[in-house]
Write a protein that binds this ligand. Structure first.
Ligand SMILES: [Zn+2]
Ligand SMILES: [Zn+2]
Length: 284
């Protein structure tokens, strides 16, 4: 494989996500022009912030609420235009479901939505703690940074035990911000809990995402790397999805080549995409 033609990008954000302004039609056109076989728009739905701010009685730790509204706008729109691209590209209506393990009853509403093709499961923040994107790393000791990671992987393990998504997004998400802020941690310290999570993922018949965003963002690696994709394979995991985590039109497809390479070096010769929540394989 020398290019991403015929491949997939199953993790992208449009203007229906709080942190993106990307135009949906421009995004799809970009995906078509790259020759992708399968393309998913997966806007954010943080279920721990499903309702508007008033509902949470003055909890100020989170800057943004009403993900119920975002979810309805995104899924309503994308599922409505899917038919137009038939024969051009496999356009998939996805969602990035955040913190489902904290609010399983709300997450179930999304899981039961038949318009959705593909659900990414994510953890972006710990209970009563801000998203890893917004933590103050200069005030954090290495010990504190490691404690946070331990709590993070414990939440990932809980999310995998819940297991009603299709693919686990960016397993090593905190590294995106740790590396940017010069926080150096040895992930191997957390291998036991990571292995537990990956085992649950495999047993539940779910996929692991290799997220290409770290390549363009300066981390110089995918999230996760081949090391954890291989660990997933060793505990019985069979499915890998690839995503750029693009929040702009220009980033669509970015890091997909490198992500596919990591999958290959971990021993996978196929990746998967999900249509109506059912897996379809692509050779890599
Ligand atoms: Zn995410
Ligand atoms: Zn994302």
């Amino acid at each position: 494989m020398t290019h991403i033609k015929g491949m997939e990008d199953l993790h992208t954000h449009s203007r229906f996500s709080v942190d993106s302004d990307a135009d949906v039609f421009e995004m799809i056109e970009k995906a078509v022009s790259l020759g992708l076989k399968a393309y998913a728009i997966t806007d954010h739905c943080e279920v721990n912030r499903w309702y508007t701010e008033e509902h949470y009685g003055g909890v100020k730790i989170y800057p943004y609420f009403d993900f119920k509204g975002d979810y309805e706008r995104s899924v309503g729109y994308i599922s409505g235009i899917k038919e137009r691209y038939k024969g051009k590209i496999e356009l998939l209506c996805g969602i990035e479901l955040g913190q489902a393990q904290e609010e399983p009853e709300i997450a179930q509403i999304v899981v039961d939505d038949k318009r959705i093709d593909f659900i990414l499961g994510s953890v972006h923040q710990l209970p009563q703690t801000e998203d890893f994107a917004f933590l103050e790393y200069d005030k954090m000791s290495l010990c504190e940074a490691e404690r946070l990671l331990e709590r993070y992987f414990t939440q990932i393990d809980k999310l995998c035990a819940w297991g009603k998504f299709d693919s686990l997004a960016h397993l090593t998400y905190p590294l995106r911000y740790y590396i940017k802020n010069g926080v150096e941690v040895d992930l191997a310290k957390f291998d036991c809990i990571i292995e537990s999570a990956l085992k649950r993922l495999a047993q539940n018949g779910k996929a692991l995402e290799i997220n290409g965003s770290g390549i363009r963002q300066g981390a110089g690696m995918t999230f996760p790397t081949a090391r954890y994709a291989k660990m997933f394979r060793d505990v019985g995991g069979e499915m890998i999805t690839l995503g750029s985590d693009a929040h702009t039109v220009g980033d669509i497809g970015s890091g997909i080549f490198e992500a596919a390479r990591e999958a290959k070096s971990a021993g996978f010769d196929k990746v998967v995409y999900f249509k109506e929540r059912q897996p379809i394989f692509i050779d890599i």
